[in-house]
Write a protein that binds this ligand. Structure first.
Ligand code: PGA
Length: 260
């Protein structure tokens, strides 16, 4: 089964509106030859995830191109007294089609739990967004040999209550925390092993469906133009969630090309 690869840029708290628009313009001219395509035979699905306030400007800049725009988080309530949060309707009104949930920086610095990640994922789906849900072990967990147990707990919790049909709008990103922003990339063997494990887990969770075969599982953590080809060649790695290298047009374009 062929799965359309995904190259997603997580801009984190970087790039103001002018810088985001400039980056999108550079990416658009890079791919002007296939401006409106996002089909598997012509290349990967490409998503950029800017900060909330720059979503409208980035969406406007990406209009008419293959680039899709996502947000970096979503709250589960429709509205209310939730200072600092953002609703699904606010994101879709701004033009977002994708949303990241459960990023390790949210889990580590902002108290996200498996339970809130699940609520945010459900909110994304309820609002018609494609959800990129992040899982991954900390360095100590890898050293202790509990990587698979941690990833299994995170995947099962994040997908609790999600049915097989809804999974067409879910993308999983495996991001070993020790590889994020550190320059220490997982080896292709280490990454493939966990990706295959997640796919086998999907088979257990969604018995009797083709969810395991169709769900895209991205790698994230210091992916760059030098290591992307090796990672993307792995059987169960369907793309990348990219931080640092997504902030530079030439590097992100090289990653998109690597996924072609
Ligand atoms: P990085 O970040 O590519 O800078 O390691 C990846 C991520 O946090 O999604």
């Amino acid at each position: 089964m062929s799965r359309c690869k995904v190259i997603a840029g997580n801009w984190k708290m970087n790039l103001d509106a002018a810088q985001g628009v400039e980056l999108v313009e550079k990416l658009k001219s890079e791919f002007s030859g296939c401006a409106s395509c996002c089909s598997c035979d012509r290349g990967p699905e490409v998503v950029v995830c800017p900060p909330f306030t720059t979503l409208p400007a980035v969406v406007a800049a990406a209009k008419g191109s293959r680039l899709k725009v996502g947000a970096q988080n979503i709250h589960w309530a429709e509205k209310g007294a939730f200072t600092g949060e953002i609703s699904g309707a606010m994101l879709t009104t701004a033009g977002a089609t994708h949303v990241i949930v459960g990023h390790s920086e949210r889990r580590q610095y902002f108290g996200e739990t498996d339970e809130t990640v699940n609520k945010r994922l459900q909110a994304g789906l309820a609002n018609g967004l494609t959800v990129i849900v992040c899982v991954g072990e900390q360095l100590l967990e890898r050293v202790d040999g509990t990587t698979k147990a941690v990833v299994e707990r995170q995947v099962r919790a994040a997908l609790a209550g999600v049915d097989a049909a809804a999974m067409s709008k879910v993308i999983i990103a495996y991001e070993p925390v020790w590889a994020i922003g550190t320059g220490k990339v997982a080896t292709t063997v280490e990454a493939q092993e966990v990706h295959a494990f997640i796919r086998a887990l999907l088979k257990q969770i969604f018995v009797g469906s083709n969810v395991a075969e169709t769900t895209r599982i991205l790698y994230g953590g210091s992916m760059n133009p030098d290591n992307a080809a090796g990672l993307l060649a792995q059987k169960d790695i369907d793309g990348g969630l990219i931080g640092g290298a997504s902030l530079k047009a030439d590097q992100f374009a090289a990653l998109i090309r690597a996924a072609h």
